[in-house]
Write a protein that binds this ligand. Structure first.
Ligand code: SF4
Length: 448
C-alpha cells in the first residue's frame, strides 16, 4: 500500500509523521510520490488554534469528495484534533476510515490493517509509558543539514489556554542513550545541526537522574554535531545553569526561544504561567550579561480574556525592554476544554487584531534594527543548502543560518553545504540577511 501524510502544526507533529512513516514502512507499505498516488492518506492534525483546526476540516472535506472517485482510498486523521474529537470525527465525516490520537502512533500499522479490513476505527487515549516510548523508531528523513530530535513529550504545566497537557499527556523524557544513538546515526547521514525538541525541553528529566544540561552536553560532544539548538523552553525552568551553558558549550547556538506570552502580571497569572514580567526580564538580563550576542525570540498571545488596554501596554513595554529578535504572535483563540475558553472578559476579535498589528509593527521595527546592527559584522553561518529564490537567476546562491538563527543568503559553491563558514553581513531585512564569504579556508570543524 502507498501512503501520503499531510502534516499540520509544530515540529513535534513533523516528528510524529516521520514516526508514522517509519512504522508503515516497516509493515511493508511505501510512501507515495504525491497524494494522487496514495491508497492511504493520513492527516496529522494540530488544534493549537481554531484556524489550524478549520484547515483540517476543509482538507478532510476535499479528500472525502476525491474519495467518491476512489472508493478504496483509506482516509485517516491523526494527532491533536483526532485525540480531542475522537469518534465524533467519524460521525461528522462519513468518508473517514480511521481516527487515531497522539499516543497511538506506534500502533499505526495495526490500525490501518483494521481499516483495510473494512472497520471504521477510533483509537485515542493514553497508553502506559513503556508503550509511549516504544513508539520510537529510526525516523525517515529527507537528507539535509539541520534536523529535530525529540527528547521529551507531554507537559505538566497546564497553562490555562493550552490543549497540550490534555492531548499529549504528562511529561515523559526519552532515555539519553536513545537520543544519543539517534543523533549519532543522523550525523552519519550528513546532518550537522540538531534541535532538541519537546513541549517543555528544559524540564527534561529521564529516569536515570540526568538533567537537561547533561543531555545538552552529551549531544554537543558527539563528533560532527556542529551546532545544537533546543525548543521550547518555559521561562520558569530557565535556570542559572542553563544560562551558563550558553557560555560553556561551544557549539550551543546563541539563540533562545523563550515564550513570554504576555507582559502583564495580571494576564500571566490568568494564563497560569508561574512567572512575573519582572522575573522574566531578570532572566533575559542575566542571559544577555552572560552572553551578549545571544538572540532571544518569543511567543506572545494578544487579546487574552480580560486583557485590558493597560495590560496590552505592559506587553508593548516588555517588547521594548526585552528587545526580542523576533516573535510569533497571535490573537487569543479559545480552545475547547481549556480553562481560558470559559473565562470572562472576551476581547473582541477586531480589537485583538488591532492590538496584534500594533505589536507586530513594533516587533518588525525592532527586528530590523537588530538585524541592521549586524551589517559589517562577520557571523558564523552554517550553510544549509541552495537558496530557493536567488535574487539573480543563474547565480550560485546559498542559504544558511547564523548562530542566532537568522537566515543568510550568500553566493558560494555547493561544497560549503554542511559547513560553518565566516560570512560578512552586507545587507539586512526583517526576515533575512545577505552576506559574502569572508575568509578561506572554511573549516568543517568550526563549531557554532
Ligand atoms: S508550557 Fe504551557 S503552553 Fe507550553 S505546552 Fe505546556 S501547557 Fe502548553
Amino acid at each position: 500500500m502507498k501512503f501520503h501524510i499531510h502534516t499540520f502544526g509544530c515540529q513535534m507533529n513533523e516528528r510524529d509523521s516521520e514516526r508514522m512513516a517509519a512504522w508503515l514502512s516497516r509493515a511493508g507499505h511505501a510512501p507515495a510520490a504525491d497524494e494522487s498516488g496514495a491508497d492511504l492518506i493520513i492527516i496529522n492534525t494540530c488544534s493549537i488554534r481554531k484556524k489550524a483546526e478549520d484547515k483540517v476540516y476543509s482538507l478532510i472535506g476535499r479528500l472525502e469528495k476525491d474519495k467518491r472517485n476512489r472508493p478504496d482510498l483509506i482516509l485517516a486523521v491523526a494527532g491533536c484534533v483526532a485525540e480531542q474529537q475522537g469518534e465524533a470525527l467519524l460521525r461528522r465525516f462519513p468518508g473517514l476510515n480511521l481516527v487515531f490520537g497522539t499516543h497511538q502512533i506506534g500502533r499505526v500499522a495495526a490500525l490501518v490493517k483494521q481499516a483495510q479490513a473494512g472497520e471504521r476505527v477510533t483509537a485515542i487515549g493514553a497508553l502506559p509509558d513503556a508503550d509511549r516510548l516504544f513508539g520510537y523508531l529510526p525516523f525517515q528523513r529527507a537528507p539535509g543539514v539541520s534536523t529535530f530530535v525529540t527528547i521529551m513529550e507531554g507537559c505538566d504545566n497546564w497553562c490555562s489556554y493550552c490543549v497540550v497537557p490534555a492531548l499529549r499527556g504528562r511529561e515523559i523524557s526519552r532515555p539519553p542513550a536513545e537520543i544519543i544513538n539517534e543523533v549519532r546515526a543522523l550525523t552519519y547521514t550528513g546532518y550537522r545541526e540538531f534541535t532538541l525538541i519537546g513541549q517543555n525541553v528544559n524540564s527534561y528529566r529521564p529516569a536515570i537522574g540526568l538533567n537537561f544540561i547533561d543531555i545538552l552536553s552529551l549531544v554537543a560532544e558527539i563528533p560532527d554535531v556542529l551546532r545544537l539548538r533546543f525548543a521550547t523552553s518555559h521561562p520558569k525552568d530557565l535556570s542559572p545553569e542553563l544560562t551558563r551553558a550558553f557560555t560553556e558549550i561551544p557549539n550551543l547556538a546563541r539563540h533562545l526561544h523563550l515564550p513570554a506570552q504576555s507582559g502583564s502580571n495580571r494576564v500571566l497569572a490568568a494564563m497560569n504561567r508561574h512567572y512575573t514580567r519582572e522575573e522574566y526580564l531578570e532572566k533575559v538580563e542575566k542571559l544577555r550579561a552572560a552572553c551578549p550576542d545571544i538572540a532571544i525570540t518569543t511567543d506572545m498571545i494578544i487579546g487574552f480574556p480580560g486583557e485590558e488596554e493597560s495590560d496590552f501596554r505592559q506587553t508593548m513595554k516588555i517588547l521594548d525592554e526585552a528587545r526580542f529578535d523576533g516573535s510569533f504572535s497571535f490573537v487569543f483563540s479559545p480552545r475547547p476544554g481549556t480553562r481560558a475558553a470559559d473565562m470572562a472578559g472576551t476581547v473582541e476579535n477586531a480589537e485583538g487584531k488591532r492590538r496584534l498589528k500594533i505589536f507586530q509593527d513594533r516587533q518588525d521595527e525592532i527586528t530590523l534594527e537588530i538585524n541592521q546592527a549586524l551589517v559589517g559584522q562577520v557571523q558564523k553561518v552554517l550553510i544549509e543548502g541552495i537558496n530557493p529564490k536567488p535574487r539573480t537567476r543563474g547565480a550560485a546562491s546559498l542559504t544558511g543560518r547564523t548562530s542566532g538563527n537568522k537566515i543568510v543568503h550568500l553566493p558560494g559553491s555547493l561544497d560549503l553545504i554542511g559547513k560553518i563558514t565566516p560570512v560578512r553581513i552586507t545587507e539586512a531585512a526583517i526576515h533575512s540577511l545577505r552576506g559574502t564569504i569572508e575568509d578561506n579556508p572554511v573549516s568543517s570543524e568550526a563549531r557554532s
